[in-house]
Design a protein around this ligand. Structure first.
Ligand SMILES: Cc1ncc(COP(=O)(O)O)c(C=O)c1O
Length: 378
């Protein structure tokens, strides 16, 4: 065995996310919550879902919340309720997870990709108006990595052009824009409860928050086969429901979310302090109007692939979200975008690297990650 192999096998892995450590800290509460649902024998759209909807609405500062089967479905149903249909255009940042655009194309509508503000990674409001056409119906700002998009200019443009605003808040529950929670800043806020999210279920789940009673009512019909009344469908709908076990788990976790968020912010502060001395490493910004929840702690670095491999060698899980902007994904080739069309997003895709940031990460682990980056960029 060589020296390198010996070192590799003795290194304690630092995974990109450690959900087991989180579970161990709340194990008894989770088990009790699951048991209570099994005892009650009500599994779909019951009291746990209703209670979670009320709690998430209060948490996000909105009047209503509607549980659905995933974050993707939250976007899909919100877009449909907003009136987006075949041939309509929807503006969105190109730098996001593919679900932001999938939900639009599933409705027969067309995603129109916009470049990002390179400092926040969110849609650049200054580039929106040039892309509006008579077919534009909505804007989907994405609060990427846990940092809000700059919502005031986005909402003003939407108002001027009579467009709906659907926030993709999949990654940012709890983040604040000018002291208000994201998700409650547009017409609809779409949350994902995918297990790796800051508020993650033990399976798929999602929720839409809104201040509009009529939208909330419509979304409840859409998620349940277009039926407000049992076995009486008034329109085409979906089967997109949140189940009771997931809701019960999420209710436990929601009680811990702000503490976990504080720990993530503390870890982010430690990373930024330690990384600022390293040449060529750009640490994430928090805009003066923002409170970041660090779903990801994402640095920019030259030779990103080399740095990522060096971290892997040290048993450190660092991840690239996202290596290909949506306008260059093969699935959207027919839309006719080319390289260099949206240069800030294309540059970000080559430079970003997300480091482990979960609440349970220790100071020693943070120092080890930073030391490995220092060695790689030297
Ligand atoms: C930005 C963004 N939008 C949408 C989604 C879709 O959420 P889900 O995986 O719950 O369908 C995700 C998460 O996976 C996401 O990160």
């Amino acid at each position: 065995m060589t020296d390198t192999q010996t070192t590799k096998t003795t290194l304690e892995p630092i995974p990109p996310l450690d959900l087991k450590a989180q579970w161990l800290s709340i194990k008894d509460e989770i088990s009790a919550a699951i048991n209570a649902v099994v005892e009650a024998q009500q599994f779909i759209l019951g009291p746990q879902v209703q209670a979670l909807e009320e709690e998430v609405a209060i948490y996000c500062g909105t009047k209503f919340a509607v549980g659905v089967a995933s974050g993707t479905d939250a976007l899909l149903l919100a877009l449909h309720a907003a009136g987006v249909g075949p041939g309509d255009e929807v503006l969105m940042p190109t730098f996001s997870f593919i679900a932001t655009a999938d939900s639009v194309t599933l409705l027969g509508a067309v995603p129109v990709f916009v470049d990002i503000d390179p400092s926040t990674f969110a849609i650049d409001p200054a580039q929106l108006e040039a892309k509006i056409t008579p077919r534009t119906r909505a804007i989907v700002p994405v609060h990427l990595y846990g940092h809000p998009a700059d919502m005031d200019p986005i909402n003003s443009i939407a108002q001027r052009h009579n467009l709906k605003v659907i926030e993709d808040n999949a990654q940012s529950i709890g983040a604040k824009y000018k002291n208000r929670k994201t998700g409650g800043l547009g017409d609809f806020g779409c949350i994902s409860f995918f297990p790796s999210k800051n508020l993650g279920a033990y399976g798929d789940g999602g929720m839409i928050v809104t201040n509009s009673e009529s939208y909330a009512k419509h979304l409840r019909v859409l998620r349940n086969h277009g039926s407000a009344k049992k076995y009486f469908a008034t329109e085409q709908g979906w089967n997109s429901r949140l189940d009771e076990i997931q809701a019960a788990i999420l209710r436990v976790k929601l009680r811990h979310l702000d503490n976990w968020g504080a720990a993530r912010r503390k870890n982010a502060g430690s990373y930024s302090q330690l990384l600022k001395a390293l040449p060529g490493v750009v640490t994430p910004v928090e805009a003066s109007w923002a409170e970041h929840v660090y779903h990801q702690y994402t640095i920019r670095v030259r030779n990103r692939d080399h740095v990522q491999s060096a971290l892997t060698e040290q048993a450190i899980g660092a991840t690239v979200y996202y290596p290909t902007p949506m306008h260059l994904q093969p699935v959207f080739a027919s839309l006719g975008y080319c390289e260099a069309d949206l240069p800030h997003a294309e540059k970000a895709a080559k430079e970003v690297l997300s480091l482990p940031i979960y609440a349970e990460l220790t100071s020693a682990q943070i120092h080890r990650v930073v030391a490995a980056i220092a060695a790689a960029v030297r």
